[in-house]
Ligand binder design. Sequence first.
Ligand code: AMP
Length: 186
Amino acid sequence: MHQLLIFGPPGVGKGTQAQLISEKLNLFHLSTGEVLRASAEKGTELGLKAKELMDRGELVPDDIMIGIVGETLLNGSKTTSNGFILDGFPRTVDQAKALNDIFRELNYANFKVIYLDANEDELLRRLLKRGRSDDNEQSIRKRFKLYKELTSPVLEFYDNISDIIKIDGLGEINEISKNILLKLEV
Ligand code: AMP
């Protein structure tokens, strides 16, 4: 059973790669950004609050995000027997600690972290081209800043407790997913 987290800076292609890997390995793909965008689309209270934060490039509070991921994983109905890939979570060390507790409860002891990376110029170029409502320059700068301050420490947190598979996020989409699958030894 695959227990995967895909990690990396904004615009590196986490969503695209998580989608490809989940199709290839028949995994449940949980994208916290997609969950929030779907709630915003529906116009729920959470969705509207989240959209405001997302469009400014801010993070949605930890307790809300931990609640969403905890409920989904502990409920289990969407996780296939082949496993899951988490995309966009954890984004803070507190989220990572909470995820550890969730994994412990579920007896998930051998998760792997796929770390995709690329330089900031390339990321900025990609995000400006993508054109999501949070892809304006001000929001992108804010996301880079929060990534450095709050999200990159998550990698150090995982350094001692799990396998980190580092992958170059520059290049052709299918080449990158091939590299990931190769390193996962599937
Ligand atoms: P993404 O689709 O992963 O790029 O996420 C889009 C936006 O959703 C982020 O910029 C945050 O505002 C919010 N978001 C997604 N996942 C999280 C998370 N784990 N913690 C806090 N905010 C999140």
